[in-house]
Design a protein around this ligand. Structure first.
Ligand SMILES: CCCCCCCCCCCCC/C=C/C(=O)SCCNC(=O)CCNC(=O)[C@H](O)C(C)(C)COP(=O)(O)OP(=O)(O)OC[C@H]1O[C@@H](n2cnc3c(N)ncnc32)[C@H](O)[C@@H]1OP(=O)(O)O
Length: 360
């Protein structure tokens, strides 16, 4: 014979809702409704007293809306009732003595202040979504990222080839590898450095968030050395300094370009970020010193060969040696180093400050 029993009911509240969890598994024939501010529950299932019909009614402390939503799972029946007015109730039932079958649902239980915090977080999330949906989306964003990714990938492959090739040759040939770096590496370096002109174009077209001057100094400085000082003077090409210049350039780039590639797919590897924003501290001054050595070594060669010297009117002499330009360039180089060093220092500070903020 089946008897009518009361199930265990657990409750929790938010400012707008009441949550009830009825401990009844495999519930069937459910009849759940709110009538005159009383929740009436009836259903069959497996509860504290085995398979039976269970029922209860509950007078709410304050007015609730008539519509009830419920969802039955294999283990329980979840009921949500909406409060007519938002607010925090001191208790659930109208009667002062808590019904015996009712207990707090500690899995969902929140204090009033915690619930307010949860509400505020939800509102903030919603506001953020609303705000982001109001910012007009760039229809070419995918295309821009794809283009930047490909550019960085090509540069990464180019500089990796240079770095690996030079390292292997250094291990096999030792110091002998210093003397023919240019002849083995120059073609790929030419390719990468011509392509690097894009790095001046990108910020000018606002494809990346940085100024035009730092990449302009960088690309001009390297290409001046590569195409004019080394490219135009064969005597410069077998000097060991070429090895150090190319090795320093490629060392920074095999970390910089993968860092940008990851940025294009909104990913970050902490170690790579750290290397991108730290390696320049020793490498940049060393690179500029190596370049300065090359410029100084090339001055007598340009004087002697008269390559790139400017013809002058007869009254002023025969020609103006390119070495004067090189001496001027030496001074400008250190100004360029100062500008880019300051720029990279600022970028480093901005990056690590932003990370610290995120961590807090
Ligand atoms: C007017 C001409 C004057 C001529 C004067 C000539 C004087 C020449 C003297 C100088 C000679 C220099 C010779 C060079 C020597 C060496 O290279 S030695 C080896 C060591 N070198 C280095 O460490 C320098 C490496 N180079 C760089 O770091 C850059 O080229 C830089 C221009 C100096 C700085 O880069 P920048 O882009 O400004 O900073 P980042 O923080 O990296 O990027 C800013 C944001 O932009 C995004 N971004 C940039 N590029 C890309 C890209 N290709 N793809 C995708 N995204 C990119 C980047 O992600 C950053 O975005 P946020 O993260 O959102 O901030």
């Amino acid at each position: 014979m089946s008897t009518t029993l009361t199930p265990h009911v657990y409750w929790a509240q938010r400012h707008g809702e009441i949550y009830l969890r009825v401990e009844l598994s495999d519930a069937q024939n459910l009849n759940i409704r709110v009538q005159e501010n009383t929740l009436c529950f009836k259903g069959q299932g497996h509860g504290a007293k085995g398979e039976n019909e269970y029922e209860f009614s509950l007078d709410f402390l304050k007015p609730v809306k008539a519509e009830v939503t419920h969802r039955s799972t294999q283990r329980q029946v979840n009921i949500t009732v909406k409060k007519r007015e938002r607010g925090w109730w001191d208790r659930l039932a109208a009667q002062e003595r808590k019904p015996l079958f009712l207990a707090p649902d500690f899995d969902r239980w929140l204090d009033e202040s915690d619930a307010e915090m949860e509400l505020r977080e939800k509102e903030e999330k919603l506001n953020k979504i609303l705000f982001e949906s109001r910012i007009p989306k760039d229809p070419y964003l995918g295309l821009k990222k794809g283009y930047l990714f490909m550019y960085n990938l090509v540069q990464f492959l180019g500089f990796s080839w240079i770095f690996v090739n030079m390292t292997v040759r250094l291990f096999i040939l030792g110091q002998d590898s210093f003397y023919d770096t240019f002849h083995t590496i120059a073609d790929v370096m030419y390719f990468c450095q011509i392509l690097a002109v894009i790095e001046v174009v990108n910020p000018a077209l606002r494809l990346v968030r940085t100024g035009v001057l730092p990449p302009l100094i960088q690309v001009f400085g390297r290409n001046f050395l590569l195409f004019i000082i080394l490219g135009a003077q064969e005597d410069m090409q077998n000097k060991p300094v070429v090895f150090f210049i190319f090795y320093l350039w490629s060392t920074i780039e095999i970390f910089r370009y993968p860092f940008y590639m990851l940025a294009c797919i909104d990913t970050e590897w902490k170690l790579l970020t750290w290397l991108r924003y730290s390696l320049w501290i020793p490498l940049y001054p060393l690179g500029v010193i190596a370049e300065a050595v090359a410029v100084i070594q090339s001055i007598p060669i340009f004087d002697e060969t008269k390559v790139l010297s400017l013809p002058l009117p007869r009254a002023l002499g025969t020609s103006l040696s390119f070495s004067y330009i090189l001496q001027l360039y030496l001074a400008v180089m250190f100004l360029g180093l100062f500008i880019n060093f300051r720029h990279l220092y600022k970028m480093r500070k901005r990056r690590f400050r932003a990370k610290k903020k995120k961590a807090n």
